[in-house]
Design a protein around this ligand. Structure first.
Ligand code: AMP
Length: 214
């Protein structure tokens, strides 16, 4: 099963993708995570992407599509949850080819519908465990013991440098201008299912499960 999770920054794509990986035999392919790993490793791709990401703009289609191709080849033929990819029409075309070359095609495009003002609060409060990557939020989902990760006990946390209001607004504008226009193409193929992304994590999860198990 190959699924795209589509929605603006902070819609819950990463949270839902991680849950699906834990519950089903799927891999999460997040171009944002791949780019952050490239930056941390100081690779040529990371060097190119860093400033673009800090401005909240989109990294080039060629770079992200190449990353997706590499990771598809490393995922042992497991179904993929595309998280944060595709983000432009060119990327959507590239994905179709990458899948077709491997005898695969998309099964679902799940659109997480959300209210933009609520997203700014969601994004500006989020942080992750520096050790295991568990996701937290200052008000909505703080660790049970302050300063200690529920999952692995680490006391080190980190915030993304692009999770500030100014960059978030820019990322949303990029979503409206470049990513939302790819939805009609998927709609015309009958692939799009809408989910209300403003519910709790469990409510959103239940709505996604109902689509995948239908
Ligand atoms: P994300 O983690 O998905 O919110 O992505 C963080 C940032 O990485 C974005 O604001 C972009 O700068 C870059 N990025 C991630 N995925 C893509 C993509 N598919 N196309 C272009 N830029 C991307």
């Amino acid at each position: 099963m190959d699924i795209i999770l589509l929605g603006p920054p902070g819609a819950g794509k990463g949270t839902q993708a991680k849950r699906l990986v834990a519950e089903r035999d799927l891999v999460q392919l997040s171009t944002g995570d791949m780019l952050r790993a490239a930056i941390a490793a100081g690779t040529p791709v990371g060097l190119k992407a860093k400033a673009v990401m800090e401005r909240g703009e989109l990294v080039s289609d060629a770079i992200v599509s190449a990353l997706i191709g590499e990771h598809l080849d490393k995922s042992n033929g497991k179904g993929a949850i595309f998280d944060g990819y595709p983000r432009t029409g060119h990327q959507a075309e590239a994905l179709e080819l990458l899948l077709a070359d491997r005898g695969r095609k998309l099964d679902h495009v799940i659109e997480l519908k959300v209210d933009e003002d609520a997203l700014v609060e969601r994004i500006c409060g989020r942080f992750t465990c520096a050790q295991c990557g568990a996701l937290y939020h200052d008000t909505a989902h703080p660790p049970q013991v302050e300063g200690v990760c529920d999952e692995c006990g680490s006391t080190e946390f980190k915030r993304r440098p692009d999770d500030n209001e100014e960059t978030v607004r820019k990322r949303m504008a990029e979503y409206r201008a470049k990513t939302a226009p790819i939805l009609p193409v998927y709609e015309s193929q009958g692939l799009v299912r809408e989910v209300d992304g403003m519910g709790t994590v469990d409510e959103v999860a239940a709505a996604i499960d109902a689509i995948l198990d239908a």
